[in-house]
Design a protein around this ligand. Structure first.
Ligand SMILES: [Zn+2]
Length: 229
């Protein structure tokens, strides 16, 4: 009997939801639907975002499988490649869910937090691979762990803080190569990152995010090249 009552209540709730949905204005319906789109990107642009994330991962696999094609493979590069490949499914999942409009809110969701968590894991791996100082490496790992905690906190980081944290995490792992005198990889790596960030910031008709992903392939190449020692 209890089950019967629950079913009746649940049907009533669904009925109420439909009634509410039918009564709200077209503008509000549009606003609720727009909440599911990140920066106004279309589903097709989100599929392109998911696909373009393959670029850095494919580059790592290519250089690992055919080392003679460019760089001599080292254990440092293995750490970087493993982290880049680990991030790939989380990033693709986030963009595919956005493409299918399956997330109720485009940024306040677990998929976005997981994507950015693994960006920080990639930054930790890059710091560990490019630094020869245990103290500096530990500092970078601790800082990235703090940045990850800010993604999951009850009062979590807003978009400006999140972007600043990612920017800081990237710049930090370039300090050791810079101090070693590896100016070429540092300048090119930071250059690709800044260019990608500008593309995302200015959106470029919704294609800026895909361009950021493609340019992160260039960043990835120079992190690997900086780790070839
Ligand atoms: Zn992305």
């Amino acid at each position: 009997m209890g089950v019967h009552v629950e079913t009746v209540v649940s049907d009533q709730e669904v009925f109420n939801d439909v009634k509410i949905w039918n009564n709200i204005s077209g503008d509000l319906k549009k606003a609720l639907y727009n909440c599911r789109a990140l920066d106004g990107m279309t589903p097709f642009q989100e599929y392109c975002n998911a696909l373009s994330m393959v670029v850095p991962g494919a580059l790592c696999l290519y250089l690992c499988l055919w080392p003679s094609s460019g760089l001599w493979w080292t254990w440092r590069m293995s750490i970087i490649a493993a982290a880049v490949l680990l991030h790939l499914p989380f990033s693709m999942a986030f963009h595919l869910l956005l493409a299918q409009r399956k997330l109720q809110h485009s940024s306040n969701n677990t998929a976005r937090r997981l994507d950015q968590t693994f960006i920080h894991v990639t930054c930790m791996a890059s710091a560990a691979a490019l630094s020869t100082s245990e103290v500096y490496c530990s500092l970078c790992i601790l800082l990235n762990m703090y940045f990850i905690s800010r993604l999951w906190a009850f009062r979590d980081a807003g978009v400006t803080e999140r972007m600043a944290n990612i920017g800081m995490a990237v710049l930090l792992y370039w300090v050791p190569p810079l101090l070693r005198g590896d100016f070429q990889n540092t300048a090119c790596g930071v250059g690709y990152f800044v260019l990608g960030a500008l593309c995302m910031h200015f959106r470029l008709g919704g294609w800026g995010h895909s361009l950021l992903h493609i340019l992160s392939g260039g960043l990835c190449y120079h992190i690997l090249a900086a780790g070839a020692f």
